[in-house]
Design a protein around this ligand. Structure first.
Ligand code: GDP
Ligand code: MG
Length: 170
């Protein structure tokens, strides 16, 4: 087909979960051990070619800090997709992810394609959030779920491709 889709995508989640690293991996194929923390938000774009459509993602990588929380609606309002990121080595970041899910359920666009990404899957020995508990939570809330690693690239492109596949076609 000849479907060109522009899709605004927002990344939400606790500071340090790896939002910027996932974007850097997806957009540039790179990883930094000392990724600088995001101030406010950063914008990126990346195009994916699927069989039936070309999807141009307009990506807003938000800062995770509480003091920027009030800015978040500017980024998720009107977004076609969201990736809510937590760090599998941090229970706290998983709890924070659940808060974002609730906020999107209350205030977000109801047709938004929402993914839950359990990042830092390479740090298996430091895992605090099990795959089973995250998957159960995602299923209950109708989220698409994957564990990812921005470091090793596991499931990073797949997450964006799966979102692209789920976006409504014109
Ligand atoms: P953000 O605040 O959510 O944007 O998180 P960052 O992308 O800035 O990442 C925070 C820290 O975690 C940085 O030191 C990254 O190098 C590290 N990091 C991010 N993703 C991964 C990952 O998948 N595996 C590992 N081991 N470290 C990661
Ligand atoms: Mg960041």
């Amino acid at each position: 087909g000849n479907n060109n889709i522009n899709a605004k995508l927002v990344l939400l989640g606790d500071m340090g979960a790896g939002k910027s690293s996932l974007v850097l991996r997806f957009v540039k194929g790179q990883f930094l051990e000392f990724q600088e923390s995001t101030i406010g938000a950063a914008f990126f774009s990346q195009t994916l070619a699927l069989n039936d459509a070309t999807v141009k993602f307009e990506i807003w990588d938000t800062a995770g800090q509480e003091r920027y929380h009030s800015l978040a609606p500017m980024y998720y309002r009107g977004a076609a997709a969201a990736i809510i990121v937590y760090d599998i080595t941090s229970k706290e970041s998983f709890e924070k992810a659940k808060k974002w899910v609730l906020e999107l359920q209350k205030q977000g666009n109801p047709s938004m394609v929402t993914a839950l990404a359990g990042n830092k899957a390479d740090l298996e020995d430091k895992r605090k959030v099990t795959l089973e508990e995250a998957r159960a939570y995602a299923d209950e809330n109708g989220l698409f779920f994957m564990e990812t690693s921005a470091k090793t690239a596991v499931n990073v492109n797949d997450t964006f491709y799966e979102i692209a596949r789920r976006l409504p076609r014109a």
